[in-house]
Design a protein around this ligand. Structure first.
Ligand SMILES: NC(=O)C[C@H](N)C(=O)O
Length: 462
């Protein structure tokens, strides 16, 4: 009985229109099939004989071209309206187009008041302009390309870890630990007080929970939102951002951690370049022309490594160029990081072995004489500065115990000490800021433009 049912017309998806010429010719050689296209109108052009419509469903930068008899047009068929078109998919006679939908019916599903709509037809709105409309900016080409790249990069990162044998862990968003010094905390308040009986915060990093899991699964990762109440209006900070974090057990060398960082970065980037070339190209054409071709070059090169002490020597040679004068023992400022990257050839740069007193308690002591350092690493990239931070973790009970005692944290971190008592192993890990990663590969100046709904001080729209 089901055989008698009428076949629904095939839904045309914009991403499928990116057919090669040969595929299009093959599709056109078969009899045109009933097809249907749904999306939002990107342009309407009515001529005497014919009505042209471009509609987009968000699956690609490519629009579906609809060709119709002008009698099918209505007053509601405007830029921004949602439509459903029924017709036949045919080969397009136009050079720029492989296929087009010859319309038989056009239904305006949701009209759009074009005058009031803040996006305008065929206009390339600046990112700062569309940022004012977080509920509408995804209908703009730049933001929709960005969000497709973000989605592909997310999938690429997950598959990198999965293929390398890592277990994915959902680390908690609400936590009672503060991952010591990673950033300013958001404390959770509940109207009825004492919900948890202890102070609770939004997580600044999943690292300590990952360390727990690395003690059972060897290689683990997490990829989720993290929160820092940085009162900063900078182009590199958000109050809510995504971080990719990995932790590896049975690892005694910082080089092993750095290798994973480099492999992750290169694998994710080459996947994004091959999966969404047109979306990436839009950025390299209109937003950051200087970036064009640089990523491909960078992927072929090894990242460079210098020690913190070497970095300070390099910076001291150019001391007059900085607001903050570089000295051994001081934290590297963004101006220093950018200078170092330039000095080393505008390639991603690992800086290793930072002063012991600068870094959190969990980093492994290098036990190295008067200039006392820990086995820490930061990955700095052109135009951004710090992209990743990581370290070997202190797995030796006496070392970590005395450090926590000196900091007055021994009671709070009894559970962390337990990890060093019950089957402790040398281990290490790192975190990569996902938005900074997107900023770097696409050449986007402001971090607020690489996340769907940015949160920063004095701003929590929607
Ligand atoms: N997992 C990591 O190593 C990241 C580090 N805890 C940070 O917040 O920067």
């Amino acid at each position: 009985a089901y055989d008698d049912q009428v076949q629904l017309p095939k839904r045309v998806v914009c991403s499928e229109l990116e057919l090669s010429g040969r595929d299009a010719a093959a599709a056109a050689s078969t009899a045109p099939e009933p097809a249907c296209g749904c999306g939002w109108v990107r342009s309407v052009r009515s001529q005497k004989e014919v009505l042209f419509l471009h509609i987009n469903d968000g699956s690609s930068l490519e629009n579906l071209q609809v060709v119709a008899d002008p009698s099918l047009g209505t007053r509601d068929l405007t830029f921004g309206s949602a439509v459903e078109v029924q017709g036949k998919l045919v080969k397009s006679p136009h050079r720029m187009q492989n296929m087009e939908l010859k319309a038989e019916t056009i239904r305006v599903v949701g009209p759009c008041d074009t005058w009031a709509f803040p996006l305008k037809m065929k206009e390339r709105h600046p990112l700062e302009y569309v940022r004012q409309f977080p509920h509408l900016r995804c209908r703009n080409n730049t933001l929709s390309s960005l969000l497709r790249v973000r989605s592909e990069a997310t999938a690429a990162i997950h598959s990198f870890f999965k293929e390398s044998g890592y277990v994915h862990i959902h680390t908690p968003i609400i936590t009672s630990n503060d991952c010591e010094g990673a950033g300013e905390l958001f404390q959770i308040e509940v109207k009825k007080n004492h919900f948890f009986d202890v102070p609770a915060f939004l997580t600044v990093s999943g690292q300590l929970h990952l360390e727990v899991m690395a003690g059972a699964f060897t290689h683990v990762f997490t990829f989720g939102p993290t929160f820092r109440a940085e009162n900063s209006q900078s182009r590199r900070h958000l109050a809510e951002f995504y971080m990719v974090e990995a932790e590896l057990s049975f690892t005694e060398s910082l080089q092993d951690i750095m290798q994973v960082m480099e492999d992750l970065f290169k694998t994710a980037t080459s996947t994004v370049l091959s999966k969404c070339p047109h979306d990436v190209e839009l950025f390299h054409k209109y937003i950051a022309p200087a970036q064009k071709g640089r990523l491909e070059q960078m992927l072929k090169k090894r990242f460079v490594t210098i020690t913190y002490s070497e970095a300070v020597e390099i910076l001291k040679q150019a001391s007059q160029a900085f607001t903050f004068k570089p000295e051994w023992g001081c934290d590297l400022q963004t101006e220093h990081e950018k200078y170092l990257v330039k000095h080393c050839g505008e390639v991603p740069l690992f800086v290793i072995n930072y002063p012991y007193d600068l870094k959190p308690f969990y980093m492994r002591d290098n036990e190295d004489g008067p200039q006392h350092t820990v086995a820490a690493v930061d990955l700095l990239v052109p135009g951004i500065g710090e992209l990743c931070g990581g370290s070997l973790r202190e797995e030796r009970l006496p070392f970590i115990e005395s450090r926590l005692q000196r900091l007055g944290l021994a009671d709070a971190y009894q559970w962390y000490l337990d990890l060093r008592k019950f089957g402790s192993v040398p281990h290490g890990g790192f975190g990569m800021g996902f938005e900074r990663y997107l900023q770097y590969i696409l050449g986007v100046d402001n971090i607020k433009d690489v996340i769907p709904f940015p949160r920063f001080s004095h701003s929590c729209l929607l």
